[in-house]
Design a protein around this ligand. Structure first.
Ligand code: SF4
Length: 291
């Protein structure tokens, strides 16, 4: 590869549209971490497909210069799966919120984990529905007061890390949008991982979530890599860490190698589906069976 071609800077992934997120929103940290990660990996704009869900994070479709698809609410993972199967040489990254990943798309999340398809899911986890102006989300803390829960959330929140681990994900990590360098490093490892990789990003919504603020997270987060006895291939240890609430671990919880979904598909063994010549294929025979 021509060296000059790989020397992109983070700003080369900006479009001419400036972000419209509220000043101080955690989305900025995630956006910057992602652009840095793409540069670190030497990826060019056309080598990446970012699939966005609905929500404030979804507006990133307009601000980031890669191939992009703004999918339906909760359907970002199936769209990404389809795109990856059509062209498995593409780096496919899903950027979606906790509503998309743990709420309406929770079922897709579970099945993408067990399928181990080689895509990366960055969950913008602000524990609230920001775009629709502040309703409780599936990851909101128990007791959290919002316009949809004025007396406080009754249920236990979904734990995205524990859910990913129990569903068979082969790379599970958590980052904090207030620590961009560390988060970017996690994204690099997630994208490099051969199989489904999941990064839960703790992301303050400065406008509607007045509880889980930057200060609140800064008082609680610590890095798993600073724990000398932590082994990221130990599932039980990962589960134990996923349950911690007083202090919040960030870093790689779990990482193992396993065959990917694509490894089992003979059809794409030699080349991606998009590279197959189909001009001489006559589908009339097949259609006639149905009409
Ligand atoms: S509403 Fe919240 S999540 Fe949405 S842009 Fe504003 S701060 Fe960010």
């Amino acid at each position: 590869m021509n060296k000059k071609e790989t020397e992109l800077k983070p700003e080369d992934f900006n479009t001419h549209i400036r972000p419209t997120w509220c000043l101080g929103c955690g989305n900025y940290g995630i956006w910057n971490a992602m652009k840095r990660a793409l540069v670190t990996l030497g990826l060019k704009n056309h080598q990446v497909l970012a699939v966005y869900g609905i929500g404030c994070s979804g507006n990133g479709t307009n601000f980031t210069k890669t191939y992009a698809f703004h999918s339906l609410h909760g359907r970002s993972l199936p769209v990404a799966t389809g795109a990856k199967l059509a062209n498995h040489k593409l780096n496919v990254i899903v950027m979606a919120g906790d509503g998309d990943g743990a709420g309406i798309g929770g079922n897709h999340f579970m099945h993408t984990c067990r399928r181990n398809i080689d895509i990366t899911f960055i969950m913008h986890d602000n524990r609230i529905y920001g775009l629709t102006t502040g309703q409780a989300s599936p990851t909101s803390d128990q007791g959290f007061k919002s316009k949809s829960t004025p007396k406080g959330v009754l249920e236990e929140p979904v734990n995205p890390i524990a859910l990913a681990l129990s569903s068979g994900a082969t790379f599970v990590a958590r980052g904090f949008s207030g620590q961009v360098k560390h988060l970017s490093g996690l994204m690099v490892e997630a994208i490099k991982h051969n199989g489904f990789s999941f990064v839960d990003v703790l992301q303050p919504c400065v406008t509607f979530n007045k509880k889980n603020t930057y200060e609140w997270y800064r008082d609680r987060v610590y890095k798993l890599e600073d724990e000398p006895d932590y082994k990221s291939d130990d599932l039980m240890q990962a589960f134990e860490k996923s349950q911690q609430k007083d202090k919040i671990p960030i870093g790689i919880f779990y990482k193992i190698d396993k065959p990917t979904y694509e490894d089992g598909l003979k059809q794409i063994e030699r080349k991606p589906l998009v590279d197959h010549v189909i001009s001489d294929v006559d589908i009339n025979k097949l259609l006639n069976e149905y009409f």
